[in-house]
Design a protein around this ligand. Structure first.
Ligand code: ZN
Length: 329
């Protein structure tokens, strides 16, 4: 977590003209002692807040780069389920959490910004030329985006990821967070993986989670969390995010396993954790970020669970709980 101390509720504006009125002379004397102390405290808090913010306040990354999945990039049939017909206009728009507010018991994430990245796009299959364009991810070039996978029954990964993100967004907003999305079903395709990272960087989000589902051989099951490897190449430099992303990844692995009952992956990673250097969404991130492959859509059991709205709510709850633990721990 990027630590930020909780400020005392000191108002920085104690110098109104009424304090100089003679009939308030005793108050002036008291103020002459108390106010400088308050001012110093307030300035100190500002310094801490600015300092912690600077951790993520890197300039925008190069306009080049990408992301993608190792095994879930099976091409979705072009006649796959249509995009949801009611796109929201709030893509990439922050929620209404008050800026600069400090966390409270009811709203522990007040003042925090979270990036949620719904993997792929339901309409990518209709824009193959655009999403096949290569982008620079620092240590290589990859496709701008991919179609993602789907269950054998035709439930697409892109529909799944957007649904889970919507559910997680609500929980996080209820806890006071500002939630930024990379896409909200309102774009014709993409965004490209480099833009997905850039959106989080420019939002100066405190943490980011990219939601995916895998398309591995049907015999494999379970979920896994993907964390960034150290990559320093071209526009990529993950040096500053490797450690905090690992902490977020472990929290997410534990929360997801406990919250959904889904076992960790039987076919990839170790104990539900994997580290990769080939994902643009991680390579180009300047903010702590992990991916989660919530299950294998080609596996019968996983597909059944991921197709169940109640299970998706538990998945979203787990994502929100992990982010909350990370941001308040
Ligand atoms: Zn994916």
């Amino acid at each position: 977590m990027i630590g930020r101390t909780t400020p005392s509720p000191v108002e920085p504006d104690p110098f109104g003209p009424e304090h100089r009125t003679p009939r308030w002379r005793p108050a002036v004397k008291l103020a002459s002692v108390v106010l400088p102390v308050c001012l110093i405290g307030w300035l100190g808090w500002q310094a801490v807040a600015n300092s912690s913010r600077d951790v993520t306040a890197h300039p925008a990354v190069s306009p080049h780069y990408a992301e993608g999945d190792r095994v879930d990039a099976d091409a979705l049939p072009s006649d796959s389920p249509a995009p949801d017909g009611s796109p929201s206009a709030s893509a990439a728009a922050p929620s209404s959490a008050p800026a600069g507010a400090a966390g409270t018991a009811d709203r522990p994430l007040a003042g925090k910004t979270v990036l949620l990245d719904p993997g792929h796009n339901t309409a990518n299959g209709k824009h193959t030329a655009e999403i096949n364009r290569k982008v620079d991810i620092g240590n290589s070039h990859k496709e701008c985006d991919t179609t993602g996978t789907s269950t054998n029954a035709g439930y697409s990964e892109a529909e799944y990821t957007l649904d889970v993100v919507h559910r997680a967004r609500q929980i996080l907003q209820d806890r006071g967070a500002t939630v930024v999305l990379t896409q909200d079903g309102d774009r014709p395709w993409g965004p490209c993986i480099d833009e997905r990272a850039r959106i989080g960087n420019e939002a100066k989000a405190d943490a980011a989670v990219s939601i995916h589902a895998d398309g591995a051989p049907a015999s494999g099951s379970g979920f896994h969390v993907i964390m960034p490897a150290k990559v320093v190449a071209g526009p990529a430099d993950t040096s500053a995010i490797v450690d905090p992303s690992h902490r977020l990844g472990v929290l997410l692995r534990d929360a997801f396993k406990a919250g959904t009952g889904e076992p960790t992956s039987s076919y990839i990673g170790q104990q539900g954790l994997d580290t990769r250097s080939d994902l643009g969404g991680l390579n180009l991130s300047k903010i702590p970020k992990v991916f989660i492959e919530c299950g294998n859509m080609r596996n019968t059991g996983d597909a059944k669970r991921m197709s169940d709205p109640e299970w998706r709510q538990r998945a979203a709850q787990a994502v929100a709980d992990a982010l909350t633990s990370y941001l308040t721990g």
